[in-house]
Design a protein around this ligand. Structure first.
Ligand code: IMP
Length: 187
């Protein structure tokens, strides 16, 4: 793998915000590979469709699919984001609909992070209304202490404390998605 210090800094400073490395790239990729193998085993003989929730899940979805050894498909859906804030507005809106027909399909929703659980609750209800054969949820990150809704996540990359995190697809005001590792905001 190509090494480059600028692509994997230890600390990021943006105005008064300081983000420190929290989950290094290697740890993320190892865990994503494990989830990919688990999905490959559990869905053997099936043809699942992975639905990435834009924008944050694009990197996780890409790496996850690279570790799925069975036939699979993908599509994206887009929900309204936090805007430029670090806390949720408490409302979810559909911005980009699904193109695929998922009736009778084995669906896996792929999320970057579950915080309050509102987005994933909305996604679950939306996808269930489309009558899939089965539905499971994969989230790279879960903040268990922030959960306000009763949501079941089937594949969890890492459970993390309540810090605001960026990198590996996750943003703050649309920045830092390109970082290979995950960084936490220092209080
Ligand atoms: P929830 O609806 O409160 O569970 O929030 C889920 C969405 O909020 C995620 O898909 C992210 O887009 C965003 N989000 C929540 N926590 C963070 C964070 O720590 N960093 C970046 N985005 C976050």
């Amino acid at each position: 793998m190509r090494e480059h210090n600028d692509l994997n800094p230890e600390v990021i400073r943006s105005g008064s915000d300081v983000f420190k490395i929290f989950l290094p790239e290697e740890k993320i990729l190892n865990r994503v590979a494990e989830i990919g193998e688990e999905i490959s085993t559990e869905y053997k003989g099936k043809f699942p469709i992975l639905i990435g929730v834009l924008n944050g899940s694009f990197m996780f979805l890409a790496d996850l699919m690279k570790n799925i050894s069975i036939k699979c498909e993908m599509d994206f859906i887009k929900l309204s984001s936090y805007g430029d804030e670090k806390i949720s507005s408490g409302k979810v809106k559909l911005i980009k609909e699904l193109n695929a027909d998922i009736e009778d399909r084995h669906v896996i929703i792929v999320e970057d992070i579950v915080d309050s659980g509102l987005s994933i609750k909305y996604m679950r209800e939306l996808i269930e209304s489309m009558k899939p054969a089965s539905l499971k949820i994969a989230s790279l990150l879960l903040k268990p202490n922030s959960l306000k809704y009763d949501v079941k996540i089937d594949y969890i990359g890492f459970e993390i404390p309540d810090a605001f995190v960026v990198g590996y697809g996750l943003d703050y005001a649309q920045k830092y998605r390109n970082l290979r590792s995950i960084y936490a905001l220092s209080e």
